[in-house]
Every structure is written in structure tokens, then in C-alpha cells.
Ligand binder design. Sequence first.
Ligand code: SAT
Ligand code: MN
Length: 584
Amino acid sequence: MSSKLDALNAWVAEAAALAKPDAVHWCDGSQAEYDALIADMLQSGTLVALNQHTHPGCYLHRSNPADVARVERLTLVCHPQEADAGPNNHWMDPAAAHAKIDAMFDGCMRGRTMYVIPYCMGPIDSPLARCGVEITDSPYVVANMRIMTRMGAAALARIERDGSFVKGLHSIGELDPERRWIMHFPAELAIKSFGSGYGGNALLGKKCHALRIASYQGRTEGWLAEHMLIVGIENPQGEIRYIAAAFPSACGKTNLSMLIPPEGYRRDGWKVWTVGDDICWMHPGEDGRLYAINPEAGFFGVAPGTNRKTNPNALETISHDTIYTNVAVTADNQPWWEGLPGTPVTDWQGRPYDPANGPAAHPNSRFTASVRQCPTWTDQAEAPQGVPISAIVFGGRRASLQPLVVQARDWTHGVLMGAMMGSETTAAAAGAVGVLRRDSMAMKPFCGYHYGDYFTHWLDFDRPAAKLPAIFQVNWFRKDADGKFLWPGFGDNLRVLEWMLKRVEGGATGKPTPIGTVPAPGELNLEGLDLEPGRLEALLTVDQAGWQAELADVETYLESFAPRLPEALRRERDRIAQALAASD
Ligand code: SAT
Ligand code: MN
């Protein structure tokens, strides 16, 4: 073998010597390999076949009930200096971390096969793509990685060309929550994950590599790794503009990335193209614009709430060749979750369904399917240079305060908007649901280094020749006094995206407010939408006292990143606070 693979071979040998598997299997990514893995998992009970007439190629995995979400307290970012991890991460000294987790890996694969998975995050020939190798003892992880990444022989060939890759060592261990760690060593481009088989903890190409490690790599190399969907909006003239949007987990990124335009828009010829639903890597291009790729090749989406009305494209995507995790099952063995028609008979734990046990599908139950199965998938997702981004959107789940849409006045204001994002927590992470927490750029669980340095890195993109995207803040989740959502969301969100693109192209003047620009009366296209009188005003209201309180809270939050908080953000916050006070 060539010397470029020596480092890989040596690392695999070292991992095998530590974990002591019965066999080592190098994954080639072929269909035959995938089929054989599925057959083995059906035999061992790791997978259950679903109704092959209604859902060909679909299987169900029921995970350990104590292993259904990411666990932030067990997720560590191990920089040599604790200060570099920042208050936004849990930290352990790298040497201590290695020692702790290596003791768990010692002999953990006895009686198991160790799989070596070469993978590429991004189009295989893209200069923006980066490779990794995951070693795991979970065939479920292998099957998911084949859907979620460009995995196998082509990735190995690229690793051989590049000579570098991210090392990910994973074992499900005993799935014991007491013996579980997800550790990142950004300076070593390494990940070690033990004791969990759940998506974000175990599919190491996803959050661990494409966000935590890549955010750090991006800072060193001058690009951004973000928790963003990428969607193309085609207008009736056939022009396509791309938008990248950050939302915390389980806030509708998948839905927004493949939305169906409202009827009037469809009639007029508007189309939506899906590039990615979760992760976006953005590099400045030679023309000064930001170009984005989706490093992933699949969707690992939240099942509950996905239905004909909310996301028909997702339903179509997952109607075949999909791995389901922790959903319920109907009498005729179809996958089922809350929001679908039909009746569950078996719950996500495999028990006869009883409402007394809670929802039939786990609230964080998931589907894994290739992006290519999505009716709105575009081959621009394979463009090696990426797609140019016209607008960046930050969105949270806020029952009050945050207007439907606000545009930042410039890049610095936009970075502040991202930094001060707040959102009510969801089931994607273990812990209480519905609690407001700050989640800067939706990266709180995923930024692999100090948030203060990360804000500085964002601000640094504002250079003389840069042609940066406009930045907007949205909130689809604002409620009225009775707790009802004010905005219909889903396909109608295109109305808001259209306004953003008009702003970018100079086709809307907007209405200035102390917190940014909102749509002027008449600028949001509401044709065909039955909004009760006063609703739009309620959606766009800037509650002055509420915002003053918000900015006071933001100040405390931002200062938690001192002394690394960039002064520009402090000044920007002060400017808005003064504008609010002046509008009193
Ligand atoms: O962390 S996962 O990738 O498993 C899902 C999510 O939280 O977005
Ligand atoms: Mn996500």
C-alpha cells in the first residue's frame, strides 16, 4: 500500500489492538455490502423489516430506551487549554480524556466485528469536502453512514490522495449511560465515542466531524461549518437564489429545506430545490461571495409531525430504502408516528401501544434516507464549488417577542443576531423540553471551540472585497395570547423567503425598527392566505419593553464569553439598546 495510507493503517492496527475485535472489515460502500449488513441485522434482531409492499427497503431499529438523544453533559471538547473550549463546551484535559475512554475501549469489541468506514463529507471531488474514517462495532452505524455520507472505496481513494482524514473511534460498548462519552480532540482531528448508538453520538461524520471538528478546522482555514440547511429558491424567471438557515435541532430545518410553495406561487412557477437540511460548509469564493456545500448525503430527520400536510416531500423521500429509528408500527407493519393517519399497535419500544406509556413514536424518532430520494433534490448539491449564498437566516422557537422576520442592517448586526439567538429546547437533546436557552447560531451543542473566538471568526469575514449574504432573523413559532401559532408556517414560509430575496435584490424597501428592518405594509405577499385581521401586525410587532429586557439578558449572556467577546458585538448590542431607548 502507498505511504499516504500508512497513517490510516497504523491507526486501524492500533485501534484493533486496543478494542480486540474478532474480525476487521474494511467497508467498500457497495450495495452488496449494505445488503449483507441488513441481512445480518435482521437475523440478530438489530433491525426489524417493515411492510415491504408499502415501504420497500425500509427497516426499523429500536434503540436502547436509555439511548435516544444526544447527551450534552457527556460531550466533551478536549483542547490542550481549557480556555479554548470556552464556557459553551464541557472540557477535559486531552491526556486524561484519552486515558479515561481508552480504558473503556480496551477489549470492548471482543466477539464483535470492527468496521472501518472511510467517508467523505461533501462531493467527492470538491475542494471544500473533507474526509474521515470511522471505526465502529455497530453495523447499524455502518448502514446509516452509507446513507449519510459518501462512504467506501471512493472516499478511501480520496484519503489516499489527500493524505489526511479525521479519525473517529466508536463503540456502542454496553450502551450504559454511566459508561458513555463523546469526546473531541480538535487539535488531533480525532473523535472518540463510547457507549451510545444514537445518531449524533455515533454517526461520527455528522455532528462530531461536520460541526465540532469542522468548525475548528474552518476557523484555522478561513471557512465556516454551520448548523444550517441550504435551500434554492427558483423564481418564475428561472433564477435560483440559495439561502442558508440555522435553527436548533428539531425546529423544522428539514421542512424548510424541502417546502412546497403555496398554490399561487406554484401556479406562477416558483420552485424549491433542496441542497441540505442540517449542515452547511461555507467558503469565501474568488468573487467575494460565500459558497456552500452540504457535507452530508442523507437526511437524519425527525419523524413525528412529518405528514402529507407538513412535508409531503419528506414522506415521499422516506417511502422506500429508509432506516427508521424508534418509530411505532401499525397492524400491517407500516412505520407510524404522531401526526400520521392510521393507528399504532406497537410503540417505539416494541410494546403493545398504550397511551398511558406516552407517545407511540419517540419524540426524537428519526428516519435515515438518501438526499437523492427527495423529489426536490438538485444536482447543484454535487457542484464541487458549492452554491452561492444570497441570504443567511437565523431562527429559533420563541412563543413571544421575536418578530416573524427582521433583517440585520449589516454583517456585524447579523452576527449579533446569530449570537443572541434564543430558542425553546426540543427532544433532540436529553433534558427538559420547552425551556428558553441561548443557542448562538444554533451551534451551542456543536461549536468545537470558544464561542467568543467563534464570533470573532464570523466577524472576520467582513473584509473589503467581500460580497457577503444579507442576514435575517425569523421566528415561525410566535403565539397569540391563547397559545395559538400566529403564522401558518411550512409552505407559507416561502412568503418570508421571497421578501428576503426582494430585499437582497433591492425590490423591497422594508420598515426600519430599532432591532432591524421588518417588511413594510404590503410587502409580504399574503395572497391566498387567510390571515385574520391584526395577525400580521402582531407577528411583526417590536415590543419595546420586551426587547429592552431581552437585550439586558443578552448582555449578561454575551459577557459570559469575556474576555474573548469581540468588542464589536458589545458595541452593536449597545447601539440597539440605545435605539430602543430613543424610540420610547
Ligand atoms: O444530533 S443528531 O444529529 O442526532 C440530530 C440533531 O440533533 O440534529
Ligand atoms: Mn441538526
